[in-house]
Design a protein around this ligand. Structure first.
Ligand SMILES: [Zn+2]
Length: 130
């Protein structure tokens, strides 16, 4: 989060504040062939990374502030998965203490006969919560 936030402080001298938007962090965003990405003057056109306007998104941090699409998000996650996991590696499993699960049969009577199903109640054991 802090890595992304620091981008806001950069002034890239393009005449507007970096605090108004983020560049999409999708590593291939600038390679997608869509007309909204086309920028530049005739003879030197480019496909440019999409800009994400932040509007009122300041209060709620979400990945939509950093990625223009699910595809860009997925591309980022796929390309940088090792670094992302390195932030909080899971080296051992986690456990939630539960009460002994209770399997229960439910039967409903209909005009055409009975219908039964089972469900298993799983409840957290609050007395063993750490
Ligand atoms: Zn993008």
């Amino acid at each position: 989060m802090d890595i992304f936030r620091s981008v806001h402080d950069i002034d890239d001298n393009r005449g507007f504040s970096m605090s108004d938007f983020n560049w999409c962090h999708g590593p291939y965003c600038h390679t997608k062939h869509t007309v909204d990405r086309v920028r530049g003057v005739k003879g030197s056109k480019v496909l440019r990374t999409r800009k994400i306007k932040l509007h009122n998104m300041r209060d709620t941090l979400s990945w939509w502030q950093f990625f223009c699409s699910q595809t860009c998000y997925d591309n980022f996650a796929h390309k940088y998965i090792e670094q992302v996991i390195a932030i909080a590696p899971r080296t051992e499993c986690l456990e939630t203490p539960i009460l002994d699960p209770e399997r229960k049969k439910h039967t409903h009577e209909y005009s055409w006969g009975n219908h039964s199903y089972y469900d298993t109640k799983i409840e957290v054991d609050e007395t063993r919560q750490s």
